[in-house]
Design a protein around this ligand. Sequence first.
Ligand SMILES: NC(=O)c1ccc[n+]([C@@H]2O[C@H](COP(=O)([O-])OP(=O)(O)OC[C@H]3O[C@@H](n4cnc5c(N)ncnc54)[C@H](O)[C@@H]3O)[C@@H](O)[C@H]2O)c1
Ligand SMILES: O=C/C=C/C=C(\O)C(=O)O
Length: 487
Amino acid sequence: MNTMKQFLNFINGEFVATGKTFEKRAPVNNQVIGQVHEAGQAEVDAAVAAGRAALKGEWGKMSVVRRAELLHAVADEINRRFDEFLEAELADTGKPRSLASHIDIPRGAANFKIFADIVKNVPTESFQMTTPDGGTAISYAARSPLGVVGVICPWNLPLLLMTWKVGPALACGNVVIVKPSEETPATATLLGEVMNTVGIPKGVYQVVHGFGPNSAGEFLTKNPGVNGITFTGETRTGEAIMAAAAKGVRPVSFELGGKNAGVVFADADFEKAVAGITRSAFENCGQVCLGTERVYVQRPIFDKFVAALKAKAEALKVGPSHEPGVGLGPLISAEHKAKVLSYYAKAQAEGATVVTGGGVPEMPGEFANGHFVQPTIWTGLPETASVIREEIFGPCCHIAPFDTEEEAVALANATDYGLATTVWTQDLGTAHRMASAIDVGLVWINSWFLRDLRTAFGGAKASGIGREGGVHSLEFYTELKNVMIKL
Ligand SMILES: NC(=O)c1ccc[n+]([C@@H]2O[C@H](COP(=O)([O-])OP(=O)(O)OC[C@H]3O[C@@H](n4cnc5c(N)ncnc54)[C@H](O)[C@@H]3O)[C@@H](O)[C@H]2O)c1
Ligand SMILES: O=C/C=C/C=C(\O)C(=O)O
């Protein structure tokens, strides 16, 4: 009998079914592959109570060193069960096996290790002063956990983006309640087994499944027992969560949407620039917040660059995860496919030259029902066009020419977002001037999505609030107290 996989909530160390389920469908063929048990108000309230109890119990009293040891053990257990996490992520997302095995799952584990090490080694400040009465005083800072942290995650890099928050939150002594995307329940649920195996006390890591409004997401953000919320997702969702967090003045950490530019100067290493923009436009089927949907190429190499990127896009093998050599998987859902195709139609309606793509590939057999779209490149549109102004989150980009550095800066900055930019040039002066002038949180020079986990990560403007990564995560996941002692 084909027993449908059940994705349960993970509350107080137990896997919890509810009477209310929704379908999980495979992006590669749109077949139902599981039932997800939606957490209601009662389940979310139970998770908050269990989290608060955990803070008062063994976990709240645990030393930093012991916490770090346990988080290293979590990472080691993820790596020991690497194939299970890999298969779970592939089933949920349909992404190419090469991508999940080299990025999603390794980073899912690494995110625990890096913060386990950081919390053991980062000092806090101390000062000595002469007091007005001629005496002295010393002061020191001390960090304490925020408390119960709500972690709300998107579906594009499910394990990576969830543990990018859970890692530092736990390292700082908090407890977390994770609300994975309704599209990708698997790896967050599997991590619950790992937490039990490793011996993370119950109530420290919990998972509630569901949607946003009138479901687990909203119940979590509105629960007064939640002390802070870290969220990755669309900007408009961030606005709703920020409104919820306002009650009780709870802190938020937001990684939001983007409409990132890629800027290629005529002096760039041409092959590297083509390869880099190909990755930034099409990797993960364009479903990466850091991805490039607006490409600006200096005029002398514009035609050559368009031809080269066309060739790269057309060389991408479109198919399901298990097929070797697949470079482009499906989009996450039928709804998202419809959204991306609506932009493909808008581009044509607004007069774009379709350099390649613009539709749906012929897929064999069951995969004809998958959420596959063609990698697509446009030219010839004005900067006011919808596909240049709005985040699409698909395997597509528009390429436009520019002449001067100043023009490239103005084009890159002409957006409400401020997440990432990738700049390709072999001139050091150009590189540093561009990095300085572009209003984003992340600039890659002659690279893209190259990550040092000690660095500040986050977006400016409508792309986010705060920075996570390295010591910057401690600023969100702890309260910093100053103690002054008169001697
Ligand atoms: N800046 C980054 O680092 C980053 C990384 C990945 C994705 N993103 C962005 O995420 C978006 C794609 O992901 P998505 O479609 O899952 O985003 P989304 O905003 O639709 O959903 C994200 C999560 O928020 C939950 N949610 C939705 N409404 C909510 C509400 N009112 N209250 C509480 N929770 C709510 C969803 O259930 C999901 O778990 C894109 O805009 C992308 O740019 C940003
Ligand atoms: O889709 C967005 C990717 C975000 C990546 C990270 O947050 C990271 O690499 O830590």
